[in-house]
Design a protein around this ligand. Sequence first.
Ligand SMILES: C[S@@+](CC[C@H](N)C(=O)[O-])C[C@H]1O[C@@H](n2cnc3c(N)ncnc32)[C@H](O)[C@@H]1O
Length: 371
Amino acid sequence: MLKFYAKSEPGLEEELIKELTDFGIRAYYVRPSMVSFETDEEAVPLLNMFSRTATRFVILLGDFRVNSLDEIGNAVREIDFRQWIDPAQSFAVRALRIGVHEFTSMDIAARVGEEVIRQFGRLRVNLDEPDVVVKAELYDDWLVIGIDTTGSSLHKRWYRVYKHPAPLRPTIASAMLYHADWRGGPLLDPFCGSGTILIEAFLKHHSLPPNIKREFAYQKIKHYHNMRPLPTRFPNALEGSHSIQSPTLVGIERFEKHVRGACENVGELGVYGIEPSIRLLKGIAQKLDELVDDIQIVITNPPFGLRIGKKGKMFHLYRGFVDALVRKDVPKVCLLTKSLLPQAMLEENYKVRSKWIMYGNLPVRLVFAHS
Ligand SMILES: C[S@@+](CC[C@H](N)C(=O)[O-])C[C@H]1O[C@@H](n2cnc3c(N)ncnc32)[C@H](O)[C@@H]1O
């Protein structure tokens, strides 16, 4: 067994914990964006390939209370890096620092790097394309040292051939599916843009790995050099709940070019050999009741109004959308918003709960409403 920490989108730690539970792993909240757990070292490739909500998995080598660079050096000296890095390999330290300190994250990286090199006598540093990345994260006086198993963040999905101007991070889209506890019923995204929520729903329903056609950092870690080939389904993931039957997934989008873009993205899913059952319609969310049949849940990411500008215009858009939800009698809605929407939903007697999450640098509310 090894100790790990995983990174989530800020505010979506609970959803990552739920996902790990589906994988048969018991994880717990550590701090914003970070959860921790123990599992077999063999889970590393599977976690990276199958996780929909995590952005990164790191093998935890140690955590310490420290108050100075010297204490950081002393702490790191206790860790044996020789089982993770081959002397012929290169490495880099990536440091993160949150809190008030008299030194910078670059100072931390340099100090940790010195200690790693000391263990080998000589070891190549390559800051651009290292074979192995040592993570050093300092939160106030809490230092966490680990080995990255992921490489470039897991939010970057390969199917995004069409670049929407305001795309939703797929990791947030998937976390919304967990948040809403979606288990395969008819789902509508009435502001679907390039189709991210629908695509993530399709992949989740069929337990298909979202992170393919890419490399992972663990592939270069000494420990994983002689890894067996990976299965194509996570052994414990959603056991029994995935089916050959595809769910009804419908998207509505106002602009033709985004509808075509979403079709391009959906077209990429052909590699899995399952026909993606995603219907994409050109239309407006205010008329969703005229466009779709049976819908059990709406999961969506409406415009925040940052680009549209006028507040009044947004009010009318949101009002029209909520009126259509009511006409269609949609029982459950999960969405991201800056503020106006929950009020419109409360007025229509939806029971609403929400929490703040980070959408890039923008704090937004993740809202779940049911009738
Ligand atoms: C924030 S984006 C959604 C991005 C999408 N989740 C993705 O990952 O690509 C909102 C989308 O709603 C569309 N939109 C704006 N007003 C609309 C309306 N009244 N009905 C339907 N779609 C609308 C925009 O064109 C935009 O593509």
